[in-house]
Design a protein around this ligand. Structure first.
Ligand code: HMG
Ligand code: MG
Length: 304
């Protein structure tokens, strides 16, 4: 089978679920992961190993990582299954569960850094560097996230240079890829274009970047297309457009995986994902969570 032109990083089991208040049974999370993998998605963020006070919904991360579903997937060498970790404690737990990839995360801005991980941007970078260094020594691949690329809920607009600094630091720390997070979902294509040109002009290779765009203002799909047109080929998204963060109140879910796959396939760009299976998964998880399915392509296709 040929390599897909675009890689979709499904963040539904982590970003998608982390901000849902009602406790979701672990079995439902595992069934979601299983169904997502069966659609052909090759990268699925499984969960996060963070303080259960910060993110109560994912307090069952150990049960997820110990499950036979996850163990079976980890044994498949073609899959990337990152687990989000904020510190060495999280990394240790990931290592104990034979995880092969982690994601570290920093904010480009002080307000969100303090609220999300209780430290300054500088301390967050140091922490990510320590975690990445230890992970690489244990043969664990490291992905990086920079949050608040356009704005911070507490401190306002983000300077371009603040994003550049974090991207550089994460790449220097050994991240194989850095995902640019529009945590608030406020950016639109002109902002994407300005940021990507700035990063490119400052020596950041586009192959090292991914896009992680929340859809608060309905711009996520347009932002993905804009980034694609500049050469970006990796995009984070959630089935049914699930997603959000308790420390970015009011922000909506991620770009819907179904919408991205629909858009790319219609442009003759392969993703390796079976759209109809993905649509079924979006309908199924929305029913399980008693939530409206926020994927436009997903609901339209499910109705036909
Ligand atoms: P802290 O309070 O400064 O740290 O939190 P601490 O070391 O004092 O620990 C506090 C408690 O958490 C202790 O428990 C620790 O044991 C426990 P206690 O003794 O009080 O019972 N703890 C942990 N438990 C499990 N796993 C761990 C862990 N570490 C400590 N790894 C800390 C600092 C970073 C731990 C906390 O702020 C935290 O966990 N933050 C994570 C918040 C989070 O997950 N946010 C959402 C993900 S980021 C996001 O959504 C953005 C993204 O999608 C991109 C975008 O959209 O921009 C990635
Ligand atoms: Mg996010």
């Amino acid at each position: 089978q040929s390599v897909p032109s675009v890689r979709i990083v499904e963040v539904g089991p982590r970003d998608g679920l982390q901000n849902i208040r009602d406790s979701i049974p672990t079995a439902t999370k595992l069934e979601l992961i299983r169904r997502l993998e069966s659609t052909g998605l090759s990268t699925i963020e499984l969960t996060s190993v963070v303080s259960s006070r910060a993110i109560p919904q994912l307090a069952d991360c150990r049960d997820v990582l110990e499950s036979s579903v996850v163990k079976r997937l980890i044994s498949k060498s073609h899959l990337r299954l990152p687990v989000l970790v904020p510190n060495i404690k999280g990394l240790d737990i990931a290592i104990r569960h034979s995880i092969k990839e982690i994601a570290v995360f920093v904010s480009a801005t002080e307000g969100f850094s303090k609220a999300n991980i209780n430290c300054t941007v500088e301390q967050g970078i140091e922490r990510a560097r320590d975690v990445a260094s230890l992970a690489l020594k244990s043969n664990i691949a490291v992905r990086g996230y920079v949050s608040c690329i356009f704005a911070d809920p507490y401190t306002g607009p983000t300077p371009l240079a603040a994003v550049l600094r974090c991207v550089k630091e994460l790449l220097d720390a050994g991240c194989y890829e850095v995902s640019l997070g529009d945590t608030l979902g406020v950016g639109s294509p002109l902002n994407i274009r300005t940021l990507l040109i700035y990063l490119l002009n400052n020596g950041i290779p586009l192959e090292k970047l991914a896009g992680h765009f929340h859809d608060t203002y309905g711009q996520a799909v347009a932002n993905v297309w804009e980034a694609y047109s500049h050469g970006m080929r990796v995009f984070d998204s959630s089935v049914a457009s699930l997603g959000g963060c308790p420390f970015a109140e009011g922000a909506k879910g991620n770009a819907a995986s179904e919408d991205l796959v629909y858009m790319f396939h219609n442009a003759g760009i392969s993703t390796g994902v079976d759209l109809s299976k993905l649509v079924e998964t979006g309908v199924w998880i929305s029913e399980q969570l008693s939530r409206t399915n926020s994927s436009r392509a997903g609901t339209a296709l499910a109705a036909t």
